[in-house]
Structure formats: structure tokens, C-alpha cells
Design a protein around this ligand. Structure first.
Ligand code: FAD
Length: 319
């Protein structure tokens, strides 16, 4: 145990920061959260998002994903969380084995050939949480507000200055590259298209391993999120119209109802890719960033680990 009366400052209000702040505040710890941008303007708000360990590496990634899966399953039973459980298919045109994490899913089964789109060789059906991220981030903000915590908009220039009289949780995503001088953060731009839902109730994901030209759709009630792409040569937040057209074209080749669906929004976000998630203590600072393409998937598990580390350092509790 360290000092017993330190308050905690979470920096960053994407899914990592918001979830961490919820977990700490609901454990009775005195927490504040600050962010350069409001939650709805973060990478997290741009994500698809589904529960899926993608573009991420850490020996505890599976454990963190499982913690998150259980909590998202509960949230799917509640109103206004933006979380729903949806069934669907991952499929591949080349021989591929289902990833290990599918073993944990009760709903998992291999597909018959006649369930797969033309040209696909192998596929599996399962149910997973799909999150409407702007709604979900609002839900987390409302949960924080219930325990008296509001996001303060301010850019932090030095974590070490902030950490002089408090514990700091660094949840700054790609911002950590500048804030901590962490060159291991490799920004990976992603783009999605949101369209009116022409009647889809199941998701589809082409699970062949590649970064560019991803192909998936995630139905979310009245709209469907179409993906996607990953590009490492630009950090621009401007949607590229050609990339958007190609995303719709790829999806519509498999699901023709998507060809004429009205486009509601183009989304761009920059994934905080890193050779490994950084979740560790450095003096009074606990880093929780570098979640790549799986920040939503890891969020509750990582927040639980942060809580353990914070307790070891010793913190002030709300009166
Ligand atoms: C197109 C796309 C699709 C995706 N799909 C999925 C998916 O289906 N499932 C999934 O699990 N993940 C998905 N991801 C990945 C996921 O979005 C990220 O891993 C996750 O959003 C990272 O969250 P974060 O809170 O760590 O970072 P961010 O959301 O980037 O938040 C960082 C926060 O830190 C703040 N900040 C940064 N620097 C400073 C500073 N100096 N001072 C103060 N505040 C600062 C920012 O303002 C922001 O509030 C997707 C990503 C993209 C782009």
C-alpha cells in the first residue's frame, strides 16, 4: 500500500477512460476525468463496434475480453445502453480455423456450406455483443454522472506534473504517442459507413487476415455499420469518399440490399495500435492505452486490472 488518501485523475474519455472512471467511481474511489475531446469525438465513438479481439496483442487479452463479454451481455438486457446481442457469421474464402476465443461462446457452431455466401469456404455462427458507440458512451457518461463525476474538457501537457499529488490513469489512446513520447503507438486509421437498415438482423464478417479492405456489417436496429479499412499511411479524420464507396460495394456484393441503403454517416477513427497493450504502473501513473482494434472488447477487463493497481497504490474514498 502507498499513501492512503490520493485522489485519482483519469485522462482520456474514450471507452478506456470512461469505463475505468466508472469502475473506480463505483468502487467508492474519489475520481475526476479530463479529456482533450468530448467522448463523442473520440476514436471510441467512431468504432463499429463489436466484441472481437482484433489487431491487439497482450498475454492477458483473452482474459480481459472475457470479463468484458460477461458485462456487455448483462448490459444488453438493459435499456438505453446501446448494447445488443446479435447473431451472425464470420466466414473466409481460404481455409481458416476459428480463433481460440470462439471456444468460450455457447452459441458457436460451424456453418453448413449452404449458409455461406458464394465463394466462401468456411464459416461459423455465433452471437456477440454489438455496440452503438455514441449511445454507449452517453450511457457510460450517465452512469458517471449518477456518482457525481463529469468529464472536464482540458488537454493535459504533462502526466508527471499531474501525478505530483494524485494517481493518474493514462487512457489517452493515440494521444499517448505525444504525451508519453511512445513511438510504439502506430496510428491505424479506420473508416466506416453507416446506412439505414434495409432489414438486416444478423452480422457478417469476412475474417480473412488482412488490414486493408475489411468487409463486415453490424446491424444496430434502425441502422447498419459497414466496414471497413485499416490504413497506416494517414491519420486524417476526413472520410475518403472513394474508400466509402468501396466499403458499400464490397458489402453489397454479398448482401445486395445494402447497395441502395441510404448513407447516414461516414465515420473515421484512428486506432491506437501498439505491439502490446500498455497496462502498467509507472510511479503514480497507471497506463491503460494501446488497445489497437479492440479497445471496446478489452475495456471492462482492463478497467478491473486498473482498479487492482490503484488499490495497491492507496487512494482516497468518497465521503
Ligand atoms: C473504424 C474503427 C472500428 C473499430 N471497431 C472496433 C470494434 O468493433 N471493437 C473494438 O473492440 N474496437 C474497435 N475499434 C478500436 C477501438 O475504437 C479503440 O481500440 C478504442 O476506441 C480505444 O479507446 P481509448 O479510450 O483507449 O482511446 P480513444 O477513444 O482514442 O480516447 C482517447 C482519449 O484521450 C484523450 N486525450 C488524448 N490525448 C490527451 C491529452 N494530452 N490530454 C487530455 N486528453 C487526451 C482524447 O481526447 C480521448 O478522449 C475500432 C476502431 C476504429 C477506428
Amino acid at each position: 500500500m502507498g499513501n492512503s488518501d490520493q485522489p485519482v485523475s483519469v485522462v482520456g474519455a474514450g471507452v478506456s477512460g470512461m469505463t475505468t472512471a466508472v469502475v473506480l467511481a463505483e468502487a467508492g474511489i474519489e475520481v475526476e476525468i479530463s479529456s482533450a475531446m468530448p467522448p463523442r469525438q473520440t476514436t471510441s465513438a467512431a468504432a463499429g463496434a463489436c466484441w472481437s479481439p482484433y489487431l491487439v496483442n497482450h498475454e492477458r487479452a483473452t482474459e480481459w475480453s472475457e470479463v468484458t463479454l460477461a458485462i456487455l451481455a448483462e448490459l444488453a438486457n438493459q435499456d438505453h445502453t446501446g448494447v445488443r446481442i446479435v447473431g451472425g457469421i464470420d466466414a473466409s474464402r481460404v481455409p481458416t480455423a476459428a480463433p481460440n476465443w470462439t471456444e468460450k461462446l455457447n452459441s458457436f457452431r460451424l456453418c453448413h456450406q449452404n449458409e455461406l455466401p458464394g465463394g466462401y469456404l468456411v464459416g461459423w455462427w455465433y452471437e456477440m455483443p454489438i455496440l452503438d458507440m455514441p449511445v454507449y458512451l452517453d450511457y457510460l457518461a450517465a452512469r458517471l454522472a449518477r456518482v457525481g463525476v463529469e468529464v472536464q474538457l482540458r488537454k493535459i501537457d504533462s502526466l508527471h506534473d499531474l501525478a505530483r499529488d494524485r494517481i493518474v490513469i493514462n487512457c489517452t489512446g493515440v494521444g499517448a504517442r505525444e504525451l508519453c513520447g511512445d513511438d510504439l503507438i502506430m496510428p491505424a486509421r479506420g473508416q466506416l459507413v453507416v446506412v439505414n437498415n434495409p432489414g438486416l438482423t444478423t452480422f457478417f464478417q469476412d475474417c480473412e487476415e488482412r488490414e486493408e479492405d475489411l468487409l463486415y456489417w453490424l446491424p444496430q436496429g434502425d441502422h447498419v455499420v459497414l466496414g471497413g479499412c485499416t490504413s497506416r499511411d494517414s491519420g486524417s479524420l476526413e472520410p475518403d469518399p472513394e474508400v466509402a464507396r468501396e466499403i458499400v460495394k464490397r458489402c453489397a456484393r454479398i448482401e445486395p440490399r445494402l447497395a441502395e441503403a441510404k448513407v447516414i454517416e461516414n465515420r473515421v477513427g484512428v486506432r491506437p495500435s501498439r505491439k502490446e497493450v500498455r497496462l502498467e504502473e509507472e510511479g503514480n501513473i497507471i497506463h491503460n492505452y494501446g488497445h489497437g482494434g479492440a479497445g471496446v472488447t478489452l475495456s471492462w477487463g482492463c478497467a478491473a486490472t486498473v482498479l487492482e493497481l490503484v488499490k495497491e497504490l492507496g487512494v482516497a474514498h468518497r465521503v
